[in-house]
Ligand binder design. Structure first.
Ligand code: CA
Ligand code: CA
Length: 587
């Protein structure tokens, strides 16, 4: 016990390095400092809210392009990144694990880094990357062969390069890393390959592992190179040895709540998808809940110990990954809360002190698997909404097919929502779609798909799949809805100027009125937008940027929906816009 405390102290000392460049204080104040963008989410609570109001509802029609930058090469595919802006430089990550540093004034490339990806990488859902992290003199990003790389931000030279997990076993990495107190904190991807979800923290200076925390009960965490504590209780909610490769991938990265000093990561689907194999089928008594898959985890950043957990989909059986971003906010009565919109179609509000469930409401229209969420935060299941048990089928091969909504790509997938401090509303990019899903037998094989399920995605409506909703976190009420033909797959940003900015797969970058949903401005970027917009101030002018480049999971996994969007062109272009000073006052 004593040794443990000594080790904690050592880690905390190590976590306050004396170095130039971006500091912990800079990261903590990122939202307020409007001249730069240092973090994923424009602040580590992931609000994606800018206090800038130079650009507003009245003058947004005067927003014009300043420069554009091509990511080049034959390697296009989905561009899901969020730009960072620091010290006159924009940093962009691209598909196939590439990074670019660009002169913010001219759009000229300063350096480019291409990870040398090995043959045989196993990204499930396109070769995307969702952004980088700045700290000290370095910039950090993850690669598709499940590595985390530190580059010198000035030169692009490799400072260190560490393995998160073995790509041959199905692991990859696509999220933006999170920096807290000098630690680089990462998750892992690969939930469709029977991997084990884990959060890891490394010394940002050296890349040395400080702690690791598996997300599935029964697996052991580490601290400073030694075993620390077990996650959960062995076999409490998992049968036999299945916990060893039980999924729970932490593939979307995390947020940080400075008020409670808590890192929050979500854990993906339990593996395999066929829930009957995990004791998760017929009983609803907690024994088949498969903790902590499909959950949010509050973690102590100093030690990697789990402080709280909340499971959105116990005994999950539809690929409702619990990874969606947890956004810290203060409600209109002054209460500190978290909000998260889950793949399963429900929008949750949690207590920020202990992660306890407060309330949940649907954010999509046609949920088939649960009637609602009870007072304890547990879904009220509709048992007929669960895909059937193949062991009970006449041929023992294919269980009863059910129509489930939302589809496995979720009421909301990876694309981040935004919170406006001005309106007190969340702006949630959602999709109205369902699927036929059935279960099949499956046995675990390292590095192979581990599903035990088949599926076909279908639109729920003729005239739209995409649906951006303004949601009141006090009541769950939808204040307005903006419908889009193709599924929405990019991030949302709000500003104090009364704007909601986001892009569509059809290529339009749009600014909406935050109180009415009215389209105030739109610009065609030439390829589909699945990236995440940002805004900053430079020489008294407000700039906005988004990366355009169609791709992501929809064209690969979208069934009938994929056919509907197969006309969309690929791309790879950074777009930068500004409101010229002389037009700021124009109407
Ligand atoms: Ca900033
Ligand atoms: Ca999944």
């Amino acid at each position: 016990m004593n040794r443990f405390i000594v080790a904690v102290t050592a880690a905390m000392l190590m976590a306050v390095p004396a170095m130039a460049g971006v500091t912990e204080e800079d990261l903590a104040r990122d939202q307020q400092t409007t001249g730069d963008i240092l973090t994923n989410g424009m602040g580590r609570d992931l609000q994606r809210f800018s206090p800038l109001d130079i650009l507003n509802r009245d003058n947004v029609k005067n927003l014009v392009p300043v420069w554009a930058f091509s990511l080049g090469g034959e390697k296009q595919r989905g561009q899901e990144t969020q730009p960072l802006v620091h010290d006159g430089v924009m940093y962009i990550t691209g598909s196939y694990s590439r990074m670019y540093a660009i002169d913010i004034k001219t759009g000229k490339e300063l350096w480019q880094f291409d990870a040398r990806l090995p043959e045989g990488i196993l990204p499930c859902c396109d070769v995307v990357n969702r952004g980088a992290a700045l700290f000290g003199d370095n910039i950090y990003f993850g690669t598709l062969d499940a590595r985390i790389v530190a580059l010198n931000a000035k030169t692009g030279d490799v400072v260190w390069n560490k393995k998160i997990a073995d790509y041959k076993e199905g692991y990859s990495y696509t999220a933006a890393p999170l920096i807290v107190n000098g630690l680089v904190i990462t998750g892992n991807s690969g939930g469709e390959f029977g991997i084990l979800g884990e959060v890891q923290a490394r010394d940002a200076l050296t890349g040395d592992l400080v702690w690791s925390r598996p997300t599935i009960e029964g697996n052991m965490g580490t601290f400073m190179g030694k075993e620390s504590t077990m996650t959960g209780t062995l076999n409490a909610t998992w049968p036999g040895d299945m916990y060893k490769n039980g999924g729970g991938a932490t593939w979307l990265g995390g947020s940080y709540d400075a008020d409670t000093n808590t890192v929050i990561f979500g854990a993906g689907n339990p593996a395999p998808w066929n829930s009957w194999l995990r004791n998760a089928g017929e009983k609803n008594d907690g024994t088949g809940d498969n903790l902590y898959a499909a959950s949010r985890l509050g973690i102590d950043p100093a030690t990697g110990e789990i402080k709280w957990h909340y499971q959105t989909t116990p005994r999950e059986g539809w690929d409702f990954d619990g990874v969606n971003e947890v956004v810290g906010f203060v409600d209109k009565d002054g209460h500190k809360k978290y909000a998260t919109a889950d793949r399963n179609g429900f929008f949750y509000v949690l207590n920020r002190e202990d992660g306890k469930f407060l309330n949940a409401w649907p954010f999509v229209k046609d949920i088939t698997w649960a009637k609602g969420i009870d007072a304890n935060g547990r879904p009220i299941y509709i048992e007929e909404g669960r895909p059937g048990n193949p062991a009970k089928a006449a041929d023992g091969e294919k269980g009863d097919v059910v129509f489930a909504s939302p589809s496995f790509l979720g009421g909301k997938n990876w694309m981040p929502m935004a919170y406006s401090q001005k309106t007190g509303l969340f702006y949630v990019p959602s999709n109205e779609w369902g699927m036929d899903i059935w279960n099949e037998p499956i046995t675990f094989k390292k590095g192979a798909a581990f599903l035990g399920a088949g599926f076909t995605i279908k639109p729920n409506y003729e005239d739209h799949i995409g649906s951006l909703k303004a949601i009141d976190p006090m009541t769950g009420e939808w204040k307005w809805e903006y419908k889009n033909d193709a599924p929405l797959w990019g991030g949302v940003m709000t500003t104090a100027g009364g704007l909601v900015l986001f892009g569509t797969p059809e290529g339009e970058f749009k600014a909406l009125d935050d109180t009415t949903g009215e389209v105030l401005w739109s610009f065609q970027t030439g390829s589909g937008i699945v990236g995440q917009p940002v805004t900053w101030e430079q020489d008294g002018e407000q700039f906005v940027s988004v990366v355009s480049g169609w791709g992501g999971a929809v064209p690969l996994w979208g069934g009938e929906v994929a056919k509907k969007v197969n006309y969309l062109n690929q791309g790879g272009m950074v777009w930068v816009f500004k409101l010229p000073k002389q037009l700021a006052m124009a109407n």
